[in-house]
Design a protein around this ligand. Structure first.
Ligand code: GRF
Length: 311
């Protein structure tokens, strides 16, 4: 059970132990039905009129969370028990992507914009993780500077809004980024993910979205910075490295440079080709990107200088 979910359940459990609250297993059963959660275990325990033990209480929280109804469930509980937020509780709520306002718990949607230029396997990894509920968030736009990027097809298939934004002749980086921002700003994303976006962002853009842009690089930074695609793997092989890997990092105003969130290694084998190495690294990329987004969306990351501390 997620620690913050358990802590939150405990806070309310202490409140329901007081004789003045009418919360018992029948109450939970009724609320579950009201809010559209059908659960046989809760129904059975209610039929037996069994006491509302801590374990059953925890279970109801897990169930509500799994059903995506924790916000509604908490609101109903708080109507009966009252609720006072403090710093600690706000942290638990944030981890669960919830917030409390005017007597109501709400689900905070973690909004992402994904920038792409190519085939979009990393984009697909994010899409899949959202579907599998590994990431609690939403991709609100996929933007490509290349018309033929297969990533756009992937997004379209999922009903995600897509934008094709080609660079104009003689346009500066900043001019392009200002046009990019015209799409992004109204969407107010929590995170901008560079998933194979083959453009360098201007300092103007990077500063505007400081600590809100992440990039995935197919090598262990700071080695092999500034290279992309197969050039990276070719350079790794030519150098004779015995390990390679990938890096998910925040974007700052130097290329492939910002604070590192996650790195994963792969072995470089003696008979590796650019393709075989790239394929092995790519698997790690997908995992790393998903893990980084999980951490960020749950507010579990603190940046101290160059260091990213995982909370
Ligand atoms: C990945 O190798 C990523 O590390 C790099 O660009 C590639 C994008 O691949 N930045 P895909 O388009 O996500 O399949």
């Amino acid at each position: 059970m997620k620690e913050s979910l358990k802590n939150l359940a405990d806070i309310f459990y202490m409140k329901i132990l007081t004789p003045s609250t009418p919360i018992n297993i029948q109450w939970v059963n009724k609320i579950f039905r009201d809010i559209g959660i059908r659960d046989e275990s809760i129904e059975k325990i209610a039929e037996l009129n069994a006491p509302l033990s801590r374990e059953v209480w925890y279970y109801s929280f897990i169930k509500a969370e799994e059903e995506g109804k924790l916000d509604v469930y908490l609101t109903r509980i708080a109507e009966v028990t009252g609720f006072e937020e403090n710093e600690k509780i706000r942290e638990y709520l944030q981890t669960l992507n919830l917030y409390y306002k005017d007597g109501v718990f709400r689900r905070r949607v973690f909004k992402m914009v994904v920038l792409v230029s190519g085939r979009g396997t990393n984009l697909q990894a994010i899409i899949d993780a959202i579907k599998e509920r590994k990431i609690d968030g939403k991709i609100v736009a996929v933007i490509s500077n290349r018309k033929k990027a297969y990533a756009l097809e992937r997004a379209k298939r999922e009903g995600i809004p897509i934008y094709y934004l080609p660079a104009r002749k003689n346009e500066t980086r900043e001019d392009y980024d200002r046009r990019l921002n015209e799409i992004i700003e109204p969407l107010n994303p929590d995170l901008i993910v560079l998933a194979g976006f083959l453009r360098i962002l201007s300092p103007w853009f990077v500063n505007k979205y400081r600590n809100k842009i992440i990039n995935i690089h197919p090598a262990l930074l700071p080695s092999f910075a500034g290279l992309y695609g197969e050039h990276v793997h070719k350079a790794v092989l030519e150098y004779g490295c015995k390990v390679s890997g990938c890096t998910v990092h925040f974007v700052d105003d130097k290329v492939d440079h910002g604070p590192i969130i996650i790195q994963k290694c792969v072995e470089v084998k003696d008979d590796d080709t650019v393709e075989s190495l790239a394929a092995r690294v790519l698997e790690r990329e997908h995992e790393s990107l998903v893990e980084a987004i999980q951490l960020l969306s749950q507010g579990k990351i603190k940046i101290e200088g160059r260091k990213v501390i995982r909370l």
